[in-house]
Design a protein around this ligand. Structure first.
Ligand code: ZN
Length: 688
């Protein structure tokens, strides 16, 4: 670990800015803290609202992330109000949180970190706290006391595992009172606190103590997981197995609420899951309690003799999930106390981390980011286990401590503060022809409602632009760009394999891609005719078949929405190839509704008309041809269509997207085999 402090960066800064700088230095190093872990503080004299000088502490607010801290994420508390608490014997979490709320100097500032009292009771200007992998690896060890003594001598205080709160804070404060020469505090199963007369020395002391742990670990033995037990499958086989097994797994872990999956077969994961001791070590427990919130106490380890065989893997998944849920429920019942009036109902009993030896790791979450956070944390769990093994024997929290961490009322309270989920949250949608026009409007609309979107189109660059827009607006992982031609069986198959790997499955298909060749039947070339059938009929067949297979493997239903056209019920002259091929698409949609109702899979059609904006369908040639057919000048064509409908409305791609959203969502849960016009009202095109 490198000391990254740079004096030239802080020359003009006030103390709070220096705290921001130090926080980011710590936050940017994932071997120190991950996703919201750790905290930092300073104590300086400030003026309160009555302009009196008071001793104040700035500390990281709860729920913020060190790597991206800004000034307003640090609440300011009056230490004169806090320090008398040190005289108390005990204090409940709820009382502590309420008390600290009263110590805030600025109304409306964020809730201070749960470790605020610990910072306050350390009599130093600046305090830094991390969950450094190397330090945790030393503490999560059968022989922790001796190991820590060897590494740190009498430099640090070692405090046994206790959940953050009053008791732990007081214990640390007392340790420092007794031995003011300590340079840091190591909290077992948790992390490291250091301090200094300024932010720089708190940081440098931190890095120095972490470096000592790292040096000690690197002097340990190397074969940490007992060497390989089996060879991983080759990369192609791993990817194939992952794609084949993911939807069944997603269905199994989504029985309460849909989950998004993420597949990971990086070298570190493969080494661990293919090792001699991986299974035993993975069952010991998490590196720290705050990891367990994301990963649960234990991963699901699948035992499969032939991981390349999809049948065997599917069976192992079903058995494994049943076993996991049983064990989780037993653990919950054994540790929840019947008399406890605060007893919380059992949380979702499904694994967040699933390890398949020879293949890789799936992590699950409410969205792609949550699944990624869990994966990041498990990478560090593997690292901590490996480091602990290299200097001793890995241990973790007791089953009761793990229960108390997962069912900690303060943590559960945080969950209730999360904003309500959007309508399509946790769902995965694939949209064809999504680089522009109607398809793009649908992709943006479904994403804005919380869906993860696979953006597909023959226009690869357009695909990537739309996916990038969705990610910028809605967050990391919320879209993938998958260029494909719907008429190519191979390209369709590959894109769906990618979706299986990217999100673990699919809930919504919007089959939209289409073309519109112009010409009377006796003047159409057979090639144009065939191309219309390939894209407007076979294209829908190919993507629908792939989507239905995934949905059946998941066993959680699904919704298919086909973009038809007003021309199906009301065809026009010189548009034969289009009208015929689109009519076949609609018939396909109805057959799908008939065949798949029993699986909860719905299939509906939206019939738009005259959507000009951003559409590739309306080429110059078609505009000219349609203008001629209707006997209007080409520049009056849009007005002509507008005047033709009952509402005299211009119809936009967004109007179509709104109808698709309705049919994709559970609001239309009882509708299948239907056709919905979005055309401003065209009498001859009324569905009948
Ligand atoms: Zn902590």
């Amino acid at each position: 670990m490198r000391n990254r402090w740079d004096d030239s960066q802080i020359r003009e800064m006030d103390e709070l800015d220096k705290l921001v700088y130090m926080s980011r230095l710590i936050g940017e190093d994932p071997s120190l803290v991950l996703w919201g872990g750790g905290n930092t503080s300073i104590k300086i004299t400030e003026r309160d609202f009555r302009d009196r000088e008071v001793p104040a502490m700035w500390i990281k607010g709860s729920g913020s992330d060190l790597k991206s801290m800004v000034r307003r994420q640090f609440p300011r508390l009056n230490l004169d109000d806090i320090l008398p608490l040190f005289q108390r014997e005990d204090m409940s979490d709820e009382d502590m949180v309420a008390y600290l709320e009263s110590c805030l100097m600025d109304p409306g500032s964020p809730r201070p970190s749960i470790e605020t009292l610990l910072h306050a009771f350390l009599p130093f200007m600046s305090v830094a706290h991390s969950h450094a992998d190397a330090v945790v690896a030393l503490t999560n060890n059968h022989d922790a006391e001796a190991v820590l003594k060897r590494v740190y001598g009498d430099e640090v205080a070692v405090v046994e595992y206790l959940r953050p709160g009053f008791k732990l804070s007081k214990l640390v404060g007392l340790a420092l009172k007794q031995t003011p020469s300590f340079r840091g505090v190591v909290l077992v199963n948790h992390g490291l606190f250091t301090w200094g007369d300024d932010t720089k020395s708190a940081y440098e002391q931190h890095i120095e103590l972490v470096c000592k742990a790292e040096e000690y670990i690197s002097s340990g033995s190397k074969k940490v997981f007992g060497g390989p037990r089996q060879q991983p499958l080759d990369s192609r086989q791993r990817r194939r197995t992952a794609a084949a097994a993911a939807p069944a797994l997603r269905g199994l872990v989504s029985q309460n609420r849909p989950m998004v999956l993420r597949f990971d077969d990086s070298p570190e994961v493969l080494e661990f899951i293919s090792s001699e001791h991986g299974q035993r070590l993975s069952a010991i427990g998490p590196a720290t309690p705050d990891h367990l919130i994301h990963t649960k106490r234990k991963p699901l380890w699948l035992e499969v003799s032939d991981p390349g065989n999809t049948q065997t893997v599917s069976q192992a998944l079903r058995d494994g999930i049943t076993r996991y849920v049983d064990e989780y429920s037993q653990w919950y019942r054994a540790h929840t106390s019947e008399e406890n009036p605060m007893k919380h109902p059992m949380l979702d009993p499904y694994p967040r981390v699933v390890l398949l030896p020879g293949v890789g790791m799936w992590t699950t979450g409410k969205d792609a980011l949550a699944a990624q956070i869990t994966a990041d944390i498990y990478h560090h769990t593997i690292n901590v286990i490996g480091s602990a093994q290299s200097v001793g024997d890995y241990t973790s929290l007791t089953a009761q401590d793990a229960y108390d961490a997962e069912y900690w009322p303060l943590e559960l309270y945080k969950l209730t503060l999360a904003p309500p989920e959007k309508e399509l949250a946790r769902r995965v949608a694939l949209i064809t022809g999504a680089a522009n026009g109607i398809g793009k409007a649908i992709a943006l609309r479904l994403a804005a409602e919380g869906a993860h979107v696979a953006v597909t189109d023959v226009d690869a660059e357009g695909c990537r632009d739309v996916a990038a827009d969705i990610i910028a607006a809605n967050g990391p992982g919320r879209a993938v760009a998958l260029p494909m031609d719907v008429a190519s069986e191979q390209q369709v198959s590959e894109a769906f394999q990618e979706v299986r790997r990217a999100y673990g499955g699919l809930d919504i298909l919007v089959s939209n891609a289409g073309i519109a060749p112009v010409g009377a039947i006796d003047s159409l070339s057979p090639a144009d005719w065939q191309r219309a059938l390939d894209i407007n009929t076979t294209g829908h067949f190919l993507v629908a078949a792939e989507a239905i297979r995934i949905m059946k493997e998941q066993g959680t239903g699904g919704s298919l929405v086909f973009i038809g056209t007003k021309n199906v019920p009301a065809p026009g002259a010189d548009f034969g190839a289009y009208s015929v091929s689109k009519a076949a698409e609609v018939q396909l949609a109805r057959v799908i509704a008939i065949e798949n109702g029993q699986f909860g899979i719905r299939s509906n059609v939206v019939n738009p008309d005259a959507i000009f904006q951003g559409s590739r369908l309306w080429s110059e040639e078609i505009r000219q041809e349609r203008a001629n057919a209707h006997g209007v000048p080409v520049e009056k064509l849009e007005e002509f269509y507008q005047q033709r409908n009952l509402l005299k409305a211009q119809v936009y791609a967004e109007d179509v997207a709104e109808a698709v959203l309705f049919l994709a969502s559970d609001r239309s849960a009882k509708t299948t085999g239907a056709m919905m016009p979005v055309d401003g009202g065209v009498r001859e095109a009324f569905p009948r």
